[in-house]
Design a protein. Structure first.
Length: 389
């Protein structure tokens, strides 16, 4: 009983301990899932003007991304068309930013759709992979003792729900066995309803929603992609550390690694940062997130995330090839791994090539096979261009 009370107090402290929330303008903001193409271009780069957010502060030094002596000119084949100019491909694919780093140096950097290098862009589910980094940091710091701990140890409000018997590892591999619908086009899906759930007194609204969900499979036996579970991972980290996610990200990643601009993180109706979505950062800072992982989870020579956690999080943990290989909120891709977000966001990391590719987009559909084909085409064209350099 005492532990439950203490964790409840920590939950409230975590919600209040980071930078003050920047409140959205009065009125009901539009759903991020149903924006018009014009709204996408405006809101994706300036999300704090529409939604409530918290800020993750940068430090005093910036991690340099020097220009490589030789730049590349990849020829991209996509949707039956060959693009000899990257700019034309970006316009057709509605890509606002494309950054390619080779061994930490910029070999290509382009912007489109009116975006500038200093502009931030929202991440959607690329943010899930950042939440994974913060979980690793919480393990390194001793706040989270083990991936085998029960989720209810850190979120006691989930006791008596479908999360009884689910451990942290099953949460971060989305194999909890709890039923969930991630259909972005269905207004009655869980991913759509959870964001607007009113909640109940004294409880975070997302926790209130998740604790009502039924179990459909034994924990550890079935992979189902669930944004809600990444939100729970974020709340778990906040409860364990006693810090809001934006504050903890500033402390563990943004300041020590040298990000160039403050990041913006959308909060839920309860004022907690969304672990499953919507961190906004510059294109170069997306690239630095990839470099941080490529360099083994270190910043300023110090291990921020355990080496074993970096390795496990970026290798397949669910073993369901039909649904894609998945680690701890990272996808396996192209001989490496990637962070992926709907509407065309991605950070690809290819350790064997020393490559990091960051892409931000405003694709017309949340999920489209053409997006994955376009990202794969960029990687293939990059490798070809580097071989001929």
């Amino acid at each position: 009983m005492l532990r439950t009370i203490v964790l409840g107090v920590v939950t409230l402290l975590a919600a209040c301990s980071s930078a003050p929330t920047q409140q959205a303008p009065a009125g009901n903001p539009p759903s991020l899932l149903t924006l018009t193409p014009e709204q996408q271009l405006d809101i994706y780069r300036n999300i704090e003007a529409t939604y409530s957010v918290r800020t993750a502060k940068r430090g005093t030094k910036v991690h340099p991304l020097p220009l490589a002596q030789k730049q590349i000119a990849p020829v991209i084949t996509w949707q039956g068309k060959t693009y000899s100019e990257v700019e034309a491909f970006m316009v057709d694919a509605r890509i606002s930013g494309l950054l390619i780093l080779k061994n930490g140096q910029i070999v290509l950097e382009r912007y489109a759709l009116g975006r500038k290098p200093e502009d931030r862009w929202t991440s959607f589910s690329v943010g899930k992979s950042v939440t994974s980094i913060l979980l690793g940091a919480a393990i390194e710091d001793g706040y989270v003792k083990s991936l085998d701990d029960p989720v209810t140890k850190y979120i006691p409000q989930l006791k008596g729900s479908g999360y009884d018997g689910v451990n942290v590892r099953q949460l971060v591999t989305m194999t909890s066995g709890v039923k969930w619908n991630e259909d972005y086009t269905d207004p009655n899906s869980d991913v759509a309803r959870a964001s607007f759930w009113p909640g109940e007194p004294g409880m975070n609204p997302l926790v209130s929603y998740m604790r009502r969900l039924p179990r459909e499979a034994e924990p550890g036996t079935k992979f189902v992609y669930k944004t809600g579970e990444t939100d729970m991972a974020g709340i778990l980290i906040a409860n364990a550390t006693g810090k809001g996610l934006a504050e903890y990200m500033s402390e563990k990643l943004w300041k020590p690694y040298g990000m160039e601009r403050d990041a913006i993180w959308m909060v839920d109706r309860g004022g907690m940062e969304r672990g499953g979505c919507c961190i906004s950062m510059t294109l170069r800072d997306y690239g630095r997130v990839g470099l941080f992982m490529l360099e083994g989870g270190k910043a300023q020579g110090r291990q921020v995330v355990p080496e074993w956690y970096v390795r496990e999080s970026t290798t397949d943990q669910v073993h369901e090839p039909a649904k894609g290989d998945y680690g701890y909120f990272w996808w396996m891709q192209g001989g490496g791994y990637s962070a992926r977000g709907i509407f065309g966001q991605q950070v690809q990391v290819s350790p064997s090539d020393g490559l990091v590719i960051a892409i931000n987009s405003a694709f017309p559909k949340p999920v489209d096979r053409a997006v994955g084909e376009g990202f794969a085409a960029v990687l293939e064209a990059t490798r070809t261009a580097l071989r001929s350099n």
